[in-house]
Write a protein that binds this ligand. Structure first.
Ligand code: ATP
Length: 254
């Protein structure tokens, strides 16, 4: 389980970007973070794997506080946290399978990684993962010849290659058409259930969050204004999550 408690973040001398953020995300579930632009969704996601250093709080992944980890421990923890990005972050001239194999880099020696030395087992696992996201026929195609939706599915397979406990998805469907959005979200939901993964996902599209999330975290001006099961959200809650910042009512559920 991911359990975030009392998370605070201020960038430089700017106003608070996160204020006493509390929420949990369970294995087997899709947890969506929703809220208006600038609310703090990306800041939460980047704090969770300490890509940015926050100012206080606790981030427990299976009872280990990521914030207390030293550099070596953080590298090991991050190895089990996959990331999926809006712009896919693939190496375009490389093939789909080569990009998926890059998911193993964190587990290899620097030299083996630099030389691109992957075992037969790793290659066969990469092929299986491409099959799981429906791209078995595209394994040896260059990524810059794939559609956006296909590239995002390569990104998912690459994240799976890390054997993650958790996948953090930062606006994974923002660049996709509705059909590709459905394919990608269906895959993420299936993987959460089948592999008991924690899937934490920033979404702008409320309708997609309502359709696919098990659990929803609503944020406004850096403060949680809703946390709970998807079915507990009603129109008034949505209005509060998306209301103009100065009038948002903070009702931190934890
Ligand atoms: N590097 C930074 N320096 C200063 N302020 C920042 C920085 N990054 C984010 N912020 C501020 O922190 C707040 C939260 O930003 P964040 O990007 O986390 O919001 P968001 O909900 O992800 O927004 P969006 O939906 O537009 O991506 C905003 O007020 C933003 O201006």
């Amino acid at each position: 389980m991911l359990k975030v408690t009392g998370l605070d973040k201020t960038y430089g001398h700017h106003k608070h970007s996160l204020k006493d953020v509390n929420f949990t995300a369970q294995p087997g579930e899709v947890t969506a973070i929703i809220g208006p632009s600038g609310a703090g969704k990306t800041t939460i996601l980047r704090s969770v794997n300490q890509l940015i250093r926050d100012d206080g709080g606790q981030i427990l992944l299976d009872d280990v506080d990521i914030r207390q980890a030293n550099k070596k421990q953080l590298r090991q923890i991050r190895h089990h946290i996959g990331m999926i990005f809006q712009n896919y972050n693939l190496i375009s001239p490389l093939t789909a399978i080569e990009n998926v194999l890059h998911g193993r880099l964190g587990a290899k020696s620097t030299l083996a990684g630099m030389l691109g030395l992957y075992s037969t087992d790793e290659k066969s696992e990469a092929l299986t993962l491409l099959q799981e996201v429906g791209l078995q026929d595209y394994a040896y195609q260059r990524c810059d010849q794939l559609s956006g939706g296909q590239q995002q599915r390569v990104g998912i397979a690459r994240a799976l290659m890390q054997h993650p406990k958790m996948i953090l998805c930062d606006e994974p469907i923002a660049s996709l058409d509705p059909k590709s959005t459905r394919i990608v979200m269906d895959i993420l939901r299936r993987l959460a259930k089948e592999k008991q993964l924690i899937i934490l996902i920033n979404l702008h599209q409320i309708d997609v969050a309502r359709e696919y999330a098990d659990h929803i975290v609503g944020i406004n001006s850096g403060a949680i204004v809703f946390e709970g099961p998807n079915q507990d959200i009603d129109a008034a809650t949505l209005q509060n999550i998306y209301r103009q910042p100065e009038t948002a009512v903070t009702d931190n559920a934890n």
